[in-house]
Design a protein around this ligand. Structure first.
Ligand SMILES: *[C@@H]1O[C@H](CO)[C@@H](O)[C@H](O)[C@H]1NC(C)=O
Ligand SMILES: *[C@@H]1O[C@H](CO)[C@@H](O)[C@H](O)[C@H]1NC(C)=O
Length: 230
């Protein structure tokens, strides 16, 4: 939840009142919470919402809390682990096997920083801890209905479908939820990192979608309509 507080501080500082979102995750939750700020949403190989089964929700919460306590317990002994560039790249690719070599280099531009000739990861390790916030299917479908912006979902054939298995029937229910919301769902060849590994294969799909929902276009159209009336 605190990430949304950070987002809102950031958007206020940037004086962004409305914008479009392209992302792997959280774009849909933000769009459900603050629909008045979002023009369009593009989700890259994600279902948007990932419902938990009711019987797992509190188990997950307990695990999340336990993970956090274990992490806090280790504060004293936790040191920044240092890598050579090549080792950092190996580590990143081990955690994300679908990254091409070039994609890994691109991500490492921001994912590591140099410290005395070695490299340390810049990400907050707590991103790996089990999330304490869980939503069940009913909650996810309700949040989906709060998204007012047009949504496009790119699903990679060798992506999430194959690597992130949801309980039986869940994928169909989520996709039906999105279809009921008039979301555009596009199947693309490739893996979870297709937009990074082969951007040319999805760039025009995304650009066309965003341009057809750009507020500028609507504004100039309505200006035209106004001037034609005058
Ligand atoms: C954290 O440390 C306390 C005190 O040493 C210990 O009792 C507890 O089991 C630890 N918790 C976890 C989750 O590791
Ligand atoms: C502008 O006028 C055209 C033709 O009458 C109409 O189809 C279109 O929806 C209008 N656009 C807006 C933004 O009002």
């Amino acid at each position: 939840m605190s990430i949304f507080v950070i987002f809102l501080h950031l958007f206020a500082a940037l004086q962004w009142k409305r914008f479009s979102i392209i992302g792997h995750s959280m774009g849909e939750s933000f769009s459900a919470l603050y629909p008045e700020m979002v023009d369009a949403v593009v989700l890259l190989d994600t279902y948007g919402f990932l419902p938990a089964q009711v019987t797992d929700m509190f188990k997950n919460m307990r695990k999340g809390i336990n993970d956090q306590i274990q992490y806090d317990n280790k504060t004293e002994e936790r040191k920044e682990r240092v890598y050579t560039y090549e080792k950092a790249k190996e580590r990143l690719k081990a955690a994300n096997p679908s990254l091409s070599d070039q994609s890994a280099d691109i991500l490492l531009e921001r994912a590591v920083r140099e410290v005395e000739g070695a490299f340390v990861f810049t990400r907050d390790f707590r991103i790996n801890l089990k999330n304490v916030v869980n939503n069940n299917m009913e909650q996810c479908l309700h949040m989906m209905s709060l998204v007012k912006a047009p949504v496009m979902i790119l699903l990679a054939k060798d992506g999430l479908f194959k690597t992130f298995i949801l309980p039986d029937g869940y994928v169909d229910m989520i996709l039906k939820g999105w279809t009921d919301q008039k979301a555009t769902i596009v199947d693309v060849e490739g893996d979870h990192h297709i937009h990074l590994n082969k951007p040319e294969s999805v760039a025009s799909i995304i650009t066309d979608f965003l341009q057809s929902h750009s507020p500028d276009k609507t504004e100039s159209e309505s200006n035209n309509n106004q001037s034609s009336k005058l």
